[in-house]
Design a protein around this ligand. Structure first.
Ligand code: SF4
Ligand code: SF4
Length: 334
């Protein structure tokens, strides 16, 4: 257990101290077991304060530090590096967020904000007391990633990874990619039509030499560990031959189908046929058979050679260094 902990309480100019009584917090937390000292600082991330922290660690022989300031997203590495410069293992440092999680959301109640800051720092002290010295480890990894889900997050991730030189397998369980975004009209704040956003990303994906896209595809098994996974991907047939498909016949074939089911794209408010095409903003543009509802009556096959009605699946076995899940979310009505 660490027993010589330095606690720094940041004012962030006045972002924190306008709502949290930092002096009162300091007076309380300095009495907690294991705390060597607590001090208030105007800007914990300032160079001068970092130098002070380094000097304190060295001169006082601190075995842990807690910095109560902003989100670790902002300065976790700043203070880990400061700890390291002072010879303290960077994992014996804990950042407590008393700005985004305390002073800002509770600006209407400074008393409770102050109480909460004390509790958050107390938890941080307990955490650093039990912290262990850790060292980074290096793992050999295949330079390939499976991205699961081709909504906007998965598409963007695939492009970023592909641009970094990583081989990307992008899979989407639906036959069309784009996820939720095509269901929207325009994007805030750019006012860009949502279908245009997906159109541009799709163009990048299909022209990217590092990205392989599989639609109607789901991961069915995964083995291995970080850096080296083996995954099985089951790819469903769309029931339509993409090589010979004739887009001018789509409407005729759809009209020939008598099976109607709720249209998922419109949240079930409208109906679609068992053979249906992509909605605006969904890609690739094409025709798909919904084999869960298709009766295989054959009406949509009459006079065309590209409707196969073959409800078969193909299994791919891939080796990847990492999995990235971007499976999206469903709308929630409280
Ligand atoms: S460490 Fe965070 S909270 Fe403190 S001054 Fe810097 S930005 Fe503000
Ligand atoms: S084969 Fe299936 S998709 Fe085609 S018309 Fe019949 S029910 Fe509809």
């Amino acid at each position: 257990m660490k027993s010589k902990i330095g606690v720094y309480i940041c004012q962030c100019g006045s972002n924190i101290s306008d709502y949290v009584d930092v002096e009162a917090v300091k007076d309380i937390v300095k009495e907690f077991e294991g705390v060597d000292f607590a001090k208030v600082t105007m800007f914990a991330c300032a160079d001068s304060t970092q130098k002070e922290i380094v000097s304190d660690i060295e001169s006082q022989g601190l075995d842990g530090i807690v910095i109560a300031s902003c989100s670790p997203k902002l300065h976790l590495l700043t203070f880990r590096n400061a700890a390291e410069r002072a010879g303290l293992n960077p994992y014996n440092y804990v950042q407590v967020n008393i700005r985004e999680q305390c002073s800002w959301p509770h600006s209407d109640n400074p008393k409770k904000a102050t109480d909460k800051a004390v509790q958050l720092i107390k938890a941080g002290i307990e955490r650093v007391k039990r912290s262990e010295e850790l060292s980074p480890i290096g793992i050999e990894s295949l330079n390939s990633v499976l991205v699961v889900g081709a909504g906007i997050a998965g598409m963007r991730a695939a492009i970023e990874l592909g641009n970094m030189g990583t081989k990307v397998y992008l899979i989407e369980k639906e036959h069309f990619i784009g996820g939720r975004v095509p269901q929207w009209n325009k994007l805030f704040t750019s006012d860009e039509p949502s279908n245009k956003v997906i159109e541009k990303l799709y163009a990048q994906i299909i022209n990217h030499s590092n990205i392989e896209l599989y639609t109607g595809a789901e991961m069915t098994s995964k083995n291995g560990s970080v850096g080296n996974f083996t995954v099985d991907i089951q790819v469903k047939s769309s029931g339509v031959n993409k090589e010979t498909v004739d887009a001018s016949r789509f409407d005729q074939l759809i009209n020939s189908c008598k099976i109607e089911v709720p249209e998922e794209f419109n949240f079930g408010l409208t109906k679609r046929k068992a053979i249906y095409k992509n909605q605006k903003g969904q890609y690739p543009e094409g025709l798909v058979i919904d084999f869960e509802n298709c009766t295989k009556c054959g009406d949509c096959q009459k006079g065309v050679d590209f409707v196969t009605l073959e409800d078969k699946t193909e299994t791919l076995n891939l080796k990847v260094g990492a999995l990235l899940l971007a499976t999206g979310s469903d709308p929630y009505t409280p």
